[in-house]
Structure formats: C-alpha cells, structure tokens
Design a protein around this ligand. Structure first.
Ligand SMILES: C[S@@+](CC[C@H](N)C(=O)[O-])C[C@H]1O[C@@H](n2cnc3c(N)ncnc32)[C@H](O)[C@@H]1O
Length: 319
C-alpha cells in the first residue's frame, strides 16, 4: 500500500495559514449571531460551561474574535461553531453506545477523536451527553484553537491535553496523529473533507482509515457539503489572498462511498459505508448558508451547480 505523501507547502486543495486574507471586511464576518443558538447549545453553555444564558451572547462575540485571530475561517466568522452537527447525525446513538460499551482490553478505554474540530463544540456535546472527558479528544491543524475552545467552554482543567495539533496530511513519524494510528474507536469528521481537492480527499480518506481501530464496529462519522453531480469548485479571493487559488471537490454520495470503499479495499480493510443527503440540521442554518453561498468564492457560481448542492451525512463502519 502506498503511503500518502507528506505535507508539502501547498497541495492543490489545501488551505495554508499564509494564504489567508485576515481582513474582517468580508461578508462572512457577519455582524450578528444568526439563529444558531439552539436550545441544546444554550443548555451546553449553561450546564457544561457554567455560563448563564444572559451572558452567553457577549461571550460568543469575544470568542469569535479570539478564533478569528488564530485563523479567519469563514466558518468562524459565520458562528458555524455554534452548530452541534454531530448530535444530529442519524447514527449519533450508535456512536454513544459504542463509546459506552466495555472496551475489549480494559487497560485501553474507548477513545473518540473529533478531526478538524476547530473549537470542539461536537466533542463537548459528547461529554455533556455522558461520555467521559478522558475518552474524548479533538484535533486541528491550528494549535491556537485549543485555548479558544477552552475559553468557549470554560473547561481547561477537564479537557487539558486532549487537543492534538496536527495536519491530517502529515504522515511523518513526528506527527502525533501518526503515532496514534489504529487506536481510535470512533472518529468524527464534520464539515472537514469538503475543504480539499479530489486528490487530497483521497489522501485524507486513507489517513483517516489508518487512524481507526482494527476492532469490528469502530466507526467514522461525519457530514459535509456534497453535490448530486461530482464537480470541483474554485476557492479564491476574498477568502484567500489575491492571486491564490485552490480547488475543492464536491463528490456525489455515490462517488464518496466508492472512494472510501476503494481506499479500504486497497488497504485490506473491510468497511460498510453509508451516505445520505439530509435536510439542513439547525434552525437558522439556511440563513447562514445563504450568506455564505452568496458571498463566498468557494461556492458554485452558477445556479445549476448550486441547485445540485446537498448536505451529506455519512458513516464508515469497520467490519
Ligand atoms: C469548516 S471547519 C469545521 C469545524 C468543525 N468540525 C465543525 O463542524 O464546526 C474545518 C476545520 O478543519 C481544520 N483543517 C483544515 N485543514 C486541515 C488539515 N490539513 N489537517 C487538520 N485540520 C485541518 C480547520 O482548521 C478547521 O478548523
């Protein structure tokens, strides 16, 4: 099996910190929090982070600016990190059951990884839903998101040391993700894989499969933007600096399933892959997505492509 190539200074679809346009004068640095403050989020902030509802809004504006300084992701500007996407996945109960089931080896408690976690709202929701914080980890390419996540959820003492700063494409032995290969019972990849070109998506799939435990029933769970017809979109200014262009791939659910199946087959891993288009998951997301779509160079330019865009939920289960 061929090893994915190590991180280079700019694969065709990768976003690099030096390419970012840091200005707040972009349409996705929106002036007000959209209707994303769902009852489960208010509950999480109140009963997990200990923040009374009356203080939550001001707190979230402060947190957004801290996260923006780390890296000005459109999702940060749009308060996307308030969407508890994982908990709305149709297989969320299965994930909880897996994480609560006794480990085969009692000396190795179950482990969950939120990959491309940004501020880690999904992993905090999982802890709030009863999974011990000692079993829950988050990872992102930008180390600075760790302390902002702690500030958001006021949980540095309980989740300290559970953030893995790493690039998913780094296959060198010094990568903490590489050192953790084969140890994860469950891996969440929400709104992550659609950030890459077709070539990088294939590499990322292999990297994620290498992370998964060999135990039958271990699972990868996620969601992302997809399309009923495969196509590539161009990412450019104002998200990226003038002159910097990257491509992102929007696979159909059929193509996406096939990519996982072929990679797993090539790696000698048995998997069952499920993928479905689903309605949007949170009240207010339509408003946010519209804002995002109309202003963001990442989004399909023509109406025909836009009409084909879908939110896809997926699960990859080890046989
Ligand atoms: C759109 S955000 C999604 C965040 C979160 N999962 C959610 O659903 O709100 C994608 C995240 O992937 C991270 N990321 C991008 N490229 C990465 C890479 N090569 N390795 C690891 N993380 C990466 C970004 O920093 C960002 O936090």
């Amino acid at each position: 099996m061929a090893e994915p190539h190590p991180t280079g200074p700019g694969g065709p679809g990768r976003v690099h910190v030096h390419d970012a346009n840091n200005t707040k004068d972009v349409p996705w640095y929106i002036p007000i929090i959209p209707a994303l403050m769902s009852p489960p989020l208010i509950d999480l902030l109140e009963n997990y982070a200990g923040m009374p509802p009356s203080e939550q809004e001001a707190h979230l504006y402060r947190i957004r600016d801290l996260a923006w300084e780390v890296f000005p992701m459109p999702s940060v500007g749009l308060f996307w990190w308030l969407v508890l996407g994982l908990s709305t996945h149709p297989h969320y109960r299965q994930l909880i059951e897996l994480m609560k089931s006794p480990p085969t080896d009692p000396s190795h408690p179950r482990k969950f990884l939120d990959l491309g976690a940004c501020l880690g709202q999904d992993s905090r929701k999982l802890i709030h839903d009863g999974i011990p914080s000692s079993s829950v980890y988050a990872s992102d390419i930008f180390p600075g998101y760790e302390s902002v996540g702690h500030a958001l959820f006021n949980d540095a003492p309980t989740t300290h040391g559970h953030f893995i700063a790493a690039d998913i494409f780094d296959s060198s032995r010094s990568s903490p993700l590489v050192r953790s290969r084969g140890t994860w019972d469950a891996i969440s990849i929400f709104m992550f894989l659609h950030m890459f070109s077709r070539e990088d998506l294939l590499l990322a799939i292999r990297q994620v499969l290498l992370l998964l435990s060999a135990e039958p029933g271990s699972m990868i769970i996620g969601a992302q933007t997809s399309s009923t017809e495969d196509h590539e979109e161009v990412l450019s200014t104002p998200f990226l600096k003038e002159g910097v262009v990257r491509k992102v791939f929007r696979p159909s659910k059929e193509t996406f399933k096939q990519m996982w199946q072929e990679a797993a087959l090539d790696m000698g891993i048995g998997v069952k892959v499920w993928a479905e288009y689903r309605p949007r998951w949170e009240l207010g997301e339509t408003e946010v997505e519209q804002n995002y779509s109309e202003s963001h160079a990442m989004v399909a330019k023509d109406e025909e492509q836009r009409g084909k865009q879908r939110r896809m939920f997926f699960t990859v289960e080890r046989l």
